[in-house]
Design a protein around this ligand. Structure first.
Ligand code: CTP
Ligand code: CA
Length: 217
């Protein structure tokens, strides 16, 4: 088969990937969310598995099929994602592609009624899963974060790399309509500096990134 010719550059390596949005419940029928489709993270999990890695994919709510050979854990909230990530360790690399909700709400036990609606929602900051891994004794040897930015893309990504203890930040310029779209404009920010890629299909971004990860491991 053609597949047999694929070099298994990541054989024996365990890579953890987070993908998709998280949903933070407001009451039993409503939630806070964001526009992440999960497609970039799923494409990365797929590309890593094709290189022979054992891939654990921790996914928020998305409507995407599980890539072949990938072990998937579905979660809803940021707190559940943090727990699933911790349970998946140790890993040789972690690629945090998920658009984790920055805040949660103290969810009501019953459906809120229009007649006595709250006038505001109190937001509590969620745990930063990437930053937690960055300072964990179980930190993967290669820790990669994503950063979707609409302005000052490289400046913000560079600051996030330092703040979160990541090796690389894959900065994604979302000033167009990228979230949910087919392509991404990527700047790879590492200790070596900034490498800007041409606008690429999400699957091609995933293949290139998987190759880089194989180089690094
Ligand atoms: N991230 C995470 N846990 C969070 C928030 C973010 O693991 N609670 C990870 C994301 O998966 C991504 C990276 O941190 O890999 C950057 O996410 P981003 O939302 O760009 O950074 P924030 O620190 O949340 O900053 P802001 O949203 O204010 O730009
Ligand atoms: Ca955020």
């Amino acid at each position: 088969a053609l597949g047999d010719a694929t070099p298994q550059r990541l054989a024996g390596k365990h890579v953890l990937v987070t993908a998709g949005p998280t949903h933070e419940p407001i009451d039993p029928v409503r939630y806070l969310a964001n526009r992440s489709s999960g497609r970039q993270g799923f494409a990365i999990a797929d590309a890593l598995a094709r290189l022979g890695a054992k891939v654990t994919l921790v996914s928020g709510p998305v409507s995407l099929p599980t890539p072949p050979g990938v072990e998937r854990t579905d979660v809803e909230t940021a707190q559940e994602m943090a727990n699933a990530v911790a349970a998946a360790l140790p890993a040789d690399a972690a690629i945090m592609v998920a658009a984790v909700a920055d805040w949660r709400v103290d969810a009501a036990g019953q459906k809120l009624k229009k007649a006595n609606a709250p006038t505001s929602l109190a937001l509590t900051e969620n745990p930063d899963i990437l930053a937690m891994l960055g300072k964990s004794p179980r930190r993967p040897a290669l820790l990669v974060g994503f950063a979707a930015e609409t302005e000052k893309v490289i400046e913000h990504a560079t600051a996030k790399r330092a703040a979160k203890g990541a090796d690389w930040i894959v900065a994604n310029d979302v000033s167009g309509d990228v979230m949910g779209g087919d392509a991404n404009s990527i700047h790879l920010v590492s200790a070596d500096g900034v490498e800007s890629w041409e606008r690429l299909d999400k699957r091609e971004v995933a293949r290139r990134l998987a190759d880089r990860i194989a180089d690094a491991l």
